[in-house]
Every structure is written in C-alpha cells, then in structure tokens.
Design a protein around this ligand. Structure first.
Ligand SMILES: Nc1ncnc2c1ncn2[C@@H]1O[C@H](COP(=O)(O)OP(=O)(O)O)[C@@H](O)[C@H]1O
Ligand SMILES: O=C(COP(=O)(O)O)[C@H](O)[C@H](O)COP(=O)(O)O
Length: 312
C-alpha cells in the first residue's frame, strides 16, 4: 500500500527547522508536501507555562503520546485532527483536519524523544548550529515575530538551558544527518550570507557516493569542500563540509554526485532552470540564499526520493 514518506527535522528553538523545511518543500513541490510542526502538541499555553514554571522543551509540557499516535496515523496515510498552537498569540486555536500528501515533513523540538515516534520517520535530520548563532537567530526572530524583548529572549534561553541539555540535544544521536550551518572561523558576527555547512552523515541510511571528493583529479574541490571520517556522539561518521565561499563550479560537481543516480533530481540539479535552489525566505522575511543551503536541501531531498523507491 502506498504511504507518505516522512522526514523529521528536529533541533532546539531557532535552530533553523522552519527555514530548512521550507527549502526542502520547495524542491519537492509544495503541493506534494504536508508540514507538521510539533509545537502544536504543547500541553500548556504561554501563560500557563509561565505560571507553572515549565519550559516548552520539557516532555511533560507536551502531549508526546498524541504526537506519536498521530505520526503513526500519518505514516499509514490516514488523516488526523491536529491541535494548533499559535506563536502569535501564545494560545491554542481550533484543531485542523490534515490528510497527508505524498511527503510529510515533521519539524519540532521533541520529534525523536520516544522510540515509537522515531520509528515513524524515513529520514531523520537534526539541526545543530553553534549555540551563539542560534541565540542570535532566536533573538532576531522572537523580537520581530513573537512579541518578546531581547532581554526576555536572553532570560528564556538561560532558563531553558537545563532542558535543552537533558531533552533536546541528546536527540542528535537518533538522526541520520546532522546539519550545522556555521560562520567561518566561528565568528558569529560575520555576514550570515557566507555560512559554511557541516553535514554529519551517519551510516544509518545509504548516502550518495561522495568519495569522488577525495579523488586526486578533483584537487580544486578541496579549497571549499571536504569529506572526512570522524566520530559523532561516539559513533563513526562521514563528515561533508561545504564552505560558503565555494564556487559554482565546485558546487556543480558535488551536485552531480548527488543527482547522478537519482533521475528525479536531475532537473532540480540544473541551476539554469532552478535559480531558486538554496533560496528561501526566512521566518523574519529576509531572503537566505547560499550554496551550502542548496546542497543540504538536495541531499535531504535525495533521501526522500530514495525512500519512495523502497516504498513506492
Ligand atoms: N540556514 C540559515 N541561514 C541563515 N539564517 C538562518 C538559517 N536558518 C535559520 N536562519 C535564521 O534563524 C531564524 C530562526 O530560524 P527558524 O527556521 O525559524 O528556526 P526554528 O524553526 O528551528 O525555530 C530565522 O528567522 C532566520 O533568520
Ligand atoms: O521553543 C519553541 C518552539 O518553537 P521554535 O522551534 O519555532 O522556536 C517555542 O518557544 C515554544 O513553542 C513556545 O512558543 P512561544 O514562545 O511562541 O510561546
């Protein structure tokens, strides 16, 4: 029986989940994609959380059992009646009837926190920008879009840190790909437009063959693109690094490695017909465009399309 392919995008608040979700939906075709944000499974509204003194990151602050139940229904292709939490008002709205499309992207804070939830995904991504960059992104977004002052955001980040450590960051271990956009030389004040990306590739799913990055004939790649062996949370991984200053020629080579065994992606890889690849409007309205973002979108899309071949 055909069922939707489910992608998880998990990470702390303002790690870039919504931005990456948008970019991947653009590549897959928004009409084929259903996006679920797991903030909708919060148990308490903004006022109640403040009264109780609990953060949105705590498992007890979320109906994880219902999230898990609805994820398994979506995986079977069935419709759900999903609650809605509004970040604008900090309160709940009337639930929404959702029938899953061909692809479902589930983004949020605690998506991998239970075994049953983890079993629902075909591809699992974890977003891990450096904490300083995440704080900068969170201040910008929460002051512009969610009605907080900078002082309130900084105080909230401090209050949340123990829960981030205990409940959010450990979920990294369950991901197939860890995505870290980071400024060159770890200088957070550098232009956002030139962020590098570090992609941790766990052997939990078969990745495209990137070994050509190491080939001697590809010497000109190494100034901006690297493939290395490393360990992540103790386990062996490949790490693909792409610098923000990579040239179009270098990026094209990497794109070909991703697209060559994926007929559906060939048309996306053609930059002339897809000038929008790697370009998204961020949650604060700005345009974000970069080659590292384009390659991240392509790699995740590659895995979504591969999954359709296993489960046609
Ligand atoms: N890849 C990126 N490059 C540059 N800025 C980004 C990127 N991802 C996120 N941001 C910035 O961070 C802010 C928060 O990102 P968002 O996607 O809303 O995070 P989340 O959904 O994880 O809470 C955005 O408004 C945007 O300004
Ligand atoms: O941490 C998050 C998750 O959202 P995101 O991952 O998009 O940051 C939010 O702070 C809570 O959902 C509460 O929302 P609010 O602060 O709006 O009440």
């Amino acid at each position: 029986m055909s069922r939707p392919i489910i992608l998880g995008i998990v990470g702390d608040s303002a790690a870039g989940k919504t931005t990456l979700t948008k970019g991947i939906a653009q590549v897959l075709g928004p009409e084929n994609v259903t996006v679920i944000c797991t903030d909708d499974y919060h148990r308490y509204d903004r006022k109640q959380r403040a009264e109780i003194g609990i953060t949105a990151l705590h498992p007890d602050c979320n109906y994880l059992d219902i999230m898990q139940q609805q994820l398994s229904l979506l995986r079977m292709g069935q419709a759900i009646l999903k609650p809605i939490y509004s970040h604008k008002t900090g309160t709940f709205e009337a639930p929404e009837y959702i029938k899953p499309g061909k692809f479902v992207i589930v983004e949020g804070l605690l998506g991998y926190s239970t075994r049953a939830a983890r079993d629902c995904y075909d591809v699992k991504v974890y977003l891990a920008p450096p904490e300083g960059l995440r704080a900068k992104w969170k201040i910008k977004r929460d002051t512009q879009k969610r009605g907080y002052t900078e002082e309130q955001v900084l105080a909230e980040l401090e209050k949340r840190e123990p829960d981030s450590e205990q409940y959010i960051r450990p979920q990294r271990q369950w991901s197939d790909i860890v995505v870290s956009f980071c400024p060159p030389n770890d200088d957070i004040d550098q232009a956002n437009g030139h962020l590098n990306v570090r992609l941790v590739l766990r052997p939990t799913i078969p990745h495209p063959d990137f070994t050509q990055v190491l080939a001697s004939g590809n010497g000109n790649l190494s100034s901006a693109i690297r493939l290395e062996l490393d360990r992540d949370m103790g386990k062996p991984v490949d790490v693909l690094g792409v610098d923000g200053h990579a040239t179009l020629e270098q990026v094209n080579k990497l794109e070909q490695m991703i697209c060559s065994d994926m007929p559906h992606l060939k048309s996306v890889c053609d930059r002339e017909s897809n000038p929008e690849l790697g370009k998204v409007s961020g949650t604060t309205g700005e345009t974000i465009q970069s080659y590292p973002l384009a390659l991240t979108q392509l790699l995740v899309t590659y895995h979504m399309l591969k999954a359709t071949q296993v489960h046609p």
